[in-house]
Design a protein around this ligand. Structure first.
Ligand SMILES: O=C(O)c1cccc(C(=O)CC[C@H]2O[C@@H](n3cnc4c(=O)[nH]cnc43)[C@H](O)[C@@H]2O)c1
Length: 224
């Protein structure tokens, strides 16, 4: 019996294009068969930047047809000393790091406010398959933030609050919420474009991160 495809969600078109360019035809890559009834094993779709666009866009796509899993893929900032620029990371958990309330005693996550969970585990079977296909990837928590970290103070605070976090991005938690609402397994794969820290656009290595995205794309075809 034919399996439903996997939905690969990116934030921007450039990320989706980088992945598609490196996929084989059967996964919807270049020279995919255009015959009627052809069904690629992966569908790669950009949905916008940030957790709200990611959740809404993923939910819209999931309502249009059946999928068997959802993967959030794109570039990210890496915690210095934990994930290098140009490297690849796989999420064990996706954490909405700024979803909650400030207090004089520190940040209170939604979990402590009684409004659900800011932490969603990724699917162990998907993570195992991605890890086997990408043995050099760093594995750890990936934070989702609406505001890109841009100071040493925030970097240090997040690194201390999330000792297992290796990277931060802006979409994973939104994609994961949509996948969970649809009852589908979720995973997150990121390549590192910049170190998390004081804002410095000159430190961005987009070409390295996009090259790593292209290198990682075939691993998506190994998913069960
Ligand atoms: O203008 C800036 O200083 C700036 C700094 C970091 C990121 C941006 C973006 O516009 C990134 C949006 C896009 O890329 C992902 N991303 C990449 N690096 C990071 C990061 O360090 N922290 C959070 N997100 C990052 C993100 O998922 C978005 O899709 C601009």
């Amino acid at each position: 019996m034919t399996q439903h495809p996997i939905l690969v969600v990116t934030a921007v078109t450039a990320e989706a294009d980088a992945l598609r360019a490196a996929l084989p035809p059967e996964a919807g890559g270049p020279r995919a068969a255009l015959s009627a009834g052809f069904e690629p094993t992966l569908l790669v779709e950009p949905v916008g930047v940030g957790p709200a666009a990611a959740a809404a866009g993923t939910a819209r796509l999931l309502a249009q047809r059946d999928y068997r899993a959802v993967i959030s893929v794109g570039i990210a900032g890496g915690f210095p000393g934990r994930a290098d620029v140009g490297g690849t990371v796989l999420g064990t958990r996706t954490i909405a790091a700024d979803l909650g309330a400030e207090s004089p005693d520190g940040f209170l996550p939604v979990d402590e406010l009684g409004f659900g969970s800011s932490v969603l585990a990724t699917d162990s079977t998907l993570l195992k398959a991605l890890g086997a296909a990408l043995p050099h990837a760093v594995v750890g928590d990936i934070l989702t933030l609406s505001t890109v970290t841009g100071t040493a103070e925030t970097t240090a605070r997040l690194a201390a609050r999330f000792p297992e976090a290796v990277a931060e991005a802006m979409e994973g938690y939104g994609v994961a919420i949509a996948a969970a609402n649809a009852g589908l397994p979720f995973a997150e794969l990121r390549t590192i474009s910049n170190p998390i820290g004081p804002r410095d656009r000159d430190a961005w290595r987009l070409a390295d991160a996009f090259a790593a995205l292209r290198a990682a794309a075939p691993a998506l075809c190994a998913l069960p």
